[in-house]
Design a protein around this ligand. Structure first.
Ligand SMILES: [Zn+2]
Length: 649
């Protein structure tokens, strides 16, 4: 029963959103939040610039600037990706551009820099020194201390980079393709999938590049030719438009880095991360690829042997075969049938199960809220800390696909929490089916929810710089990847994974699912290192022919053959936001495995360790270096032993 939680007087209030059908209201909301936010930010910047050197007000004013700027960015960024109205999405995207420009000018403003350089930290709340150091470093990284001509060029490059980044993402979002395959190619696919793909008069069905369409097809369709056709379409998202866009983006980033005194974009980018340097990325990629080789080759040989039963002449599996035969081997050798598994994951139950599990684990309660949002399918909850009864924040779950919506899975901010000022609000944007879910989707949901919890739990710092997922970017994926472990535990799954008759998923099946999941982790790691190598080497080398370089890197790192005439890099959306830093997923996984080693595998709900993890690692947000948070939690520095043991087991 939806209730409006009744906060105590003085509690921070969530944002009031317009009603779903009130498009005028949404347009006004966008203007107020973003244009109004831009105006407020400019006023805050003026006040900061006018602060006398040495005035203790300077750092709090710097914080004020970022509260307003962050709020405007969050609303523009979210609505440009999720609002059902296309003109509104476009307007939000245009506003994002203006916000980037404002931020760029701010970070190139020598007067503001001078005020902060003179800022005292005495008598300010904890963390002031860290905020100041971070601010001064960000200023230097933007080039504020360079001559006027260089600053002007940096400003141009920043605007250009942001245009190109937006174009790259837009081409992926709008470049969704489809493939017509014979209706017979649906043989082997789940009944609900078949039902939702009507046969056209010419006897074909249409498979779009959306994940809920493409993924099951590649997993289950026995029609090799059709799989290749679907994979071909999928690996040509963004082609050819994104090829020159990406080449230009790489050049812009390289010039920015060099103007700022770095040897390359990866060096510039890595400076603020745990990894430190570009060269360390190359080493990390090669080390993981090396560590994974034996396991990758062993498991790939199993797939090939099985595939040869169907295609005796096959010499090497390619990317359009690997998922399918991975599924066949899981079914035949591990007795895990993805479709049978799917019968246990009703999407509504999974959602509730996720809330129950994370609530129990972290001492939280999620109260459904009957509040308006941008789409009727969005479910909103208040997050309450059980031990105090206080509302910590609000979350919005937007879990199903629709036209024009962001087509991946991610956590977005609506509001970054600031102690005493604003309540954190976060959004999960995913594209899961409305009826049944694959287990891999359940894992993704847990993963993304890990980000959402991080956002909410770390939303009570006075400095917005520390709020939410504000830690080093190569640590960001550690809490989310660790939470995936809960989606593999029978004790956890049994609470919500029940079939149509109400029978919980059997423990033996979960054991087999885990064994099947372990199968292929070596070749999975090699594929991930291929992506990481594309992300790093494209930025480090600026290859003249991106397709050719991508193919070479695939040969070097990935286990599978390629589908001819495809252009993976054009649809590789992470190249926009992650730049040269795709390695961060695996880097974070190394730490996630180490963090998880502190939990009792026999009782994932053991309260002491979960509470300690919540309070030391998650709630800290960006207030301390990630390595220090992890060390405090583990009682020792993190290392890669748990990770390599997992790879080799
Ligand atoms: Zn993630």
């Amino acid at each position: 029963m939806p209730t409006d939680s009744a906060p105590a007087a003085g509690d921070l209030q969530p944002v009031t959103l317009p009603a779903v059908e009130d498009l005028d209201g949404w347009n006004d909301f966008l203007d107020q939040q973003v244009l109004g936010g831009l105006q407020r930010t400019r006023e805050r910047v003026d006040a900061l610039r006018a602060t006398a050197p040495g005035d203790p007000a300077s750092l709090p004013r710097w914080n004020d600037v970022h509260v307003d700027l962050g709020n405007a960015f969050a609303v523009a960024g979210l609505l440009s990706q999720v609002h059902p109205d296309a003109p509104l999405r476009e307007r939000a995207e245009g506003y994002e551009q203006q916000l980037h420009e404002l931020r760029t000018s701010l970070m190139l403003d020598p007067e503001v820099y001078a005020v902060l350089e003179a800022a005292p930290t005495d008598g300010l709340p904890d963390g002031a020194e860290r905020v100041l150091e971070d601010a001064l470093r960000s200023f230097r990284r933007s080039g504020v201390d360079r001559d006027e001509k260089t600053r002007a060029r940096l400003r141009e490059l920043s605007a250009r980079g942001s245009d190109l980044g937006q174009a790259f993402s837009r081409n992926i979002r709008d470049g969704a393709g489809e493939t017509r395959v014979p209706a017979s190619a649906l043989e082997g696919l789940p009944a609900d999938y078949v039902e939702s793909h009507p046969v056209a008069e010419d006897g074909t069905v249409t498979i779009t590049t959306g994940y809920p369409d493409t993924n099951p097809f590649l997993m289950f369709s026995a029609d090799r030719e059709a799989r290749h056709a679907v994979m071909h379409t999928f690996l040509n998202i963004g082609w050819p438009d994104n090829d020159p866009v990406l080449a230009d983006l790489l050049k812009v980033r390289d010039e920015q880095a060099r103007l700022l005194g770095y040897d390359s974009w990866p060096d510039y980018d890595a400076e603020e991360k745990m990894i430190g340097t570009g060269a360390a990325i190359a080493e990390f990629v090669d080390r993981v690829a090396q560590d994974a080789t034996a396991s990758a080759e062993r498991d790939a040989a199993v797939l090939l042997e099985r595939a040869r039963q169907d295609h005796p002449d096959l010499e090497r599996l390619d990317v359009a075969d690997a998922r399918y035969y991975g599924e066949v081997v899981r079914r035949e050798q591990y007795d895990v049938d993805g479709q049978a598994v799917r019968a246990y994951f009703d999407s509504g139950r999974v959602r509730q199960g996720l809330l129950d599990v994370t609530g129990r684990l972290f001492g939280l309660e999620y109260l459904p809220v009957d509040a308006p949002s941008w789409h009727a399918e969005v479910a909103t909850y208040d997050v309450v800390l059980v031990e105090t009864g206080r509302r910590l924040g609000r979350i919005h779950l937007d879990l199903h696909p629709r036209s024009g919506k962001y087509n991946h899975a991610a956590q977005f901010d609506l509001v970054r929490g600031v102690a005493g000022r604003q309540l954190p609000e976060g959004v999960l944007v995913c594209n899961f089916g409305r009826t049944r879910m694959d287990h891999s989707e359940v894992v993704t949901l847990f993963h993304e929810f890990g980000h959402l919890l991080h956002h909410v739990l770390a939303g009570r710092h006075p400095w917005v710089r520390f709020s939410g997922v504000a830690t080093e970017w190569d640590f960001v994926e550690a809490p989310s990847q660790m939470l995936e472990e809960w989606a593999w535990d029978h004790g956890v799954l049994a609470g919500f994974a029940v079939d149509a008759d109400g029978t919980p998923i059997p423990e033996a099946l979960v054991d087999r699912m885990r064994a099947a999941e372990e199968f292929g982790k070596g070749y999975y790691a090699r594929t991930q290192m291929y992506y990481a190598a594309v992300s790093y080497r494209f930025h480090a080398e600026l290859p003249a022919d991106l397709t050719a370089r991508s193919r070479e890197l695939s040969d070097r790192y990935a286990v599978w053959g390629q589908v001819p005439d495809t252009h993976f890099h054009c649809g590789f959306g992470h190249l926009e936001g992650y730049g040269s830093g795709y390695y961060t997923y695996m880097w974070s996984l190394v730490i996630a495995k180490d963090l998880f080693s502190a939990f009792d595998a026999g009782d994932l709900f053991a309260p002491e360790v979960a509470t300690r993890y919540r309070d030391t690692v998650l709630a800290a947000g960006g207030s301390r270096d990630a390595a220090d948070l992890v060390e405090e939690f583990l009682g020792r520095p993190y290392d890669n032993r748990a990770f390599t043991a997992w790879l080799e087991s």
